[in-house]
Structure formats: structure tokens, C-alpha cells
Design a protein around this ligand. Sequence first.
Ligand code: ADP
Length: 469
Amino acid sequence: MLHSFRFRLLLAFVLVIVAATGAVYFFIGQTSAAEIRRYTERSAEARIGRVEFELYRHYREHGSWEGIQPFVEQWGSLYGRRIILTDAGGVVVADSEGKLLGEQYQSDSPGRRLSPRREGGTSGVLYISPEPSTSQPTPSFREGTAPGFRSPGLSPDFPSPLGLSRSIGRFLLWGTLLAIAIALVFTFFLSRRISAPVKALALAAGHLGRGDLSQRVHLKDKGEMGDLAQAFNSMASDLERAEKMQRDMVADVAHELRTPLSNIRGYLEAIHDGVVKPDADAILSLNEEASLLSRLVDDLQELSLAEAGALKLDCQTEDIGSVIKQTVATKQTQAAAKGVSLSTELPDRLPLVNIDSRRTSQILRNLLENAIAHTSNGGGIAVSAEEQDSQVKVSVTDTGEGIPAEDLPHIFERFYRVDKSRTRITGGSGLGLTIARRLVEAQGGSIEVQSQPGKGSRFTFTVPLSHQP
Ligand code: ADP
């Protein structure tokens, strides 16, 4: 449950909601508190100004503070502040709470000196408490109820910053709860939509893991899930192809081993039955079949390494011209024995290449052996090289029998032989070109063939240039 997709989604939603409302609460709280403080200060200032104004008017009309007490009471009640007015000598002439009338008043705060007389001089001092008054305002009070009272025209106090932040908090709490409830509903539907493809993929992967490689997922989703499904499908196809290749390989190998093995068995049985004498000829035939088997096994091992990408290549900066010359030299005797001329056609200067010289020599040997095998007496083989498109192209051209067009696309496939019976005589395993292609590709090149039956063939492979000057 805790690890379920749905729970994680809900958790993510709730976390986002709480973080967002927390941030909103914090910022609104901060700004509104500052605004309220400013407003409170301004309105306190305005309040004092208005009361002062009314007091002046009263003083000018009456020439003294006589009859001011009811007004002060009403202002005190209206503003919710205690207002005290003393005369110049500090004796209280009006108190909004009516307690200190006639008494001497002393306060920590300096109070406002009032000078309503034209000739100047202090007629009184006004004190307005900064904090709201503790005594309840007169419940029956209404603006302007006292005769002659003019309302100073200011609203009572704004709520305190603390009160406001509490009410914002309450508001946001309910908002958060509502958002979480909506998130729950969303999670329910969304998680189903999002997790369905994941479940489909997990199911298909499970089947695949149990060996059913035909598993594919079909998702309409175009986003990442669609990509994932596509990647899964292509992985499943690759696996299926690889498995088929492996099956085919085992079948091919079994088929290839069967012929020399049954030949050997046939000879041995014939010798056992006394049909064939165990003479030098019989032993030579047996030996040929055994060496064919051993060559086949060696080639298979090489091919399986190459196909698994496990061939160890020791690529270095080399002079391809000298690799060609050395390899051609090793095949001169074989070519001469068959009456085939073998030559090299190399330009004066060839760029340095990045190759494993032993492997490149093996590729070339392979192509030369094929060319010698398929070129009859009097024919010729030429090995040439040239720089082209940041590569060096090496070609082995023969004037041999050539390869029929329908066989050309297949000759790099393993065990493919144009003529099975003849290959038995030449002793090829049918793996030579497959291995050559793998080696060329492992070095970062490519190999191709052009051929015309009756005229000859040309095999061309490329090797990469060295980056060293
Ligand atoms: P093999 O061991 O039979 O030579 P390869 O993979 O080397 O196997 O070659 C595959 C087939 O391609 C050969 O059986 C042969 O029929 C054909 N082939 C290869 N090289 C030549 C060539 N130079 N001329 C004509 N046919 C060739």
C-alpha cells in the first residue's frame, strides 16, 4: 500500500498543496501584518487630528472646556480608546471613562498640547491611549447622538494583525482540506490512467521473463509511456531475433558437423566390416575429415567471439601498405601452385590507418584464399588500396569464376556456399566471409562485393584512418 503508485501520487499532491498553502499563508501574513500596522498608525494619527480639531472648535465656541465631557465620552466610545483632556495645569477636565475628572493627571506619554486661543499659550493637554480601551463602549451609542456632536468621520479600528492572520489561517486551512479532498478524487482517476500502462508493461515484462518472447505492448500513449512501450517492443523483437539466430546457429552447426562425422563413421565402419582396408589412403581420408572438423570448430569459436563482440582487437596506427605486402607474400606459393598470378597495386603514399594488423592480415588472407580457390589456372589476383572518404579501401580482385547475382546478397551469411559439392573439395567451412565481415566491422569498417559470373569478383573492405599525424 505504502509503495503503491496511487499512494505516492496522493502523497505528492498533498505535499504540494500543503507547501503551496503554507507559502501563501506566510506571504499573506507578512504583507498584511505590515499593511495593518501602517494603517493603524495612520488612523491613530488621523484620530488624534480629528479629536484635536473638534476640541479646538468647542473651545473657540465656548471660550473654555465647559461641557466637553459628553463629547469626549462619545469619541472614546466611538474609537474604543480612552481619551483624557487636562487643562494647562494638568487637572482632568474630561475623561472618556469619567473616572479621573477633577484629578491631577500624570502620564508617561507627553500628550498633545492644545493651543486653541488666538493669542497662543497652552489651554490643555490631550491624551489618547494607543491601545483599545478595556471598558466596553456604550452599547446604545450612535454617531451624532450627543447634541452638537459631529462625528470625526473615521471608522473604528481595523482588526489586529494577529486576528487577521488567524482568520487567513482558518480560511487557508479549509481551503487546504478542500484541495486535499479534490486531490483524493483526482488521484483515484489519474492514478488509474497513469498506472494502467505501467501495469501492462510489467505484465508483458513478466511474460517475457518467463520465455514468451512474442509479448508486445500496444499503448496509445504518445508521451514517455509510449516511448517506453516502444523501447520494450523493440527490445522484445531484438530478443526474439537473437533467440532465433541462436536456434538457427545450433541447427546449422549440427548440420555442418554431421557430414564430416558421418564420413568418419562410414570409413571406420567400412574398415571394421573389412570393406575398406586400413591403409594409408583410408587414414589420409580420415585425417582430412578430422581436419575439416577441427577447422570448423576453430572458425565457429572465432565467429561466436566476434558475434558476441568479445573479440580482442589491438588497434594501432599502422602502415596498411606493408600489412598488405606481407600478407600477399605469405600466399604467393599457394597462388603459384595453382598457376594464378598474385600482385599488389599500391599508390606511392597511403595514409596511416588505425587497425589491428593481425586481424586485418587475417581478413586479407581469407579473401585471398577464396580468390585463389575460385580462380583457375592462368588467372590473376590483384590487391589494391586507395584513400577515399577518410578511409582506406582495400580491394581483392580476381579473374575467377565469379558469383551468380542471386547468391551475392547471401555470401556473407554463415555456412552459405554457392556450390556445396565444390566447397567440399576446396574444404571451406562456409564461415570465412562471415568472420571477415565481423572483423572488418569490429575495426569500424565495412565490406562489400561486386562480381560477374565468368569474369571475376572484387571484394572491397575499408579501414579507418589513424587520428595520429
Ligand atoms: P568458404 O569457406 O566456403 O570459402 P566463405 O564464407 O569464405 O566460405 O565463402 C562463401 C561462399 O562465397 C563460397 O562458398 C564461395 O561460393 C563464394 N565465394 C567467396 N569468395 C569467392 C570468390 N573470390 N570467387 C567466387 N566465389 C567466391
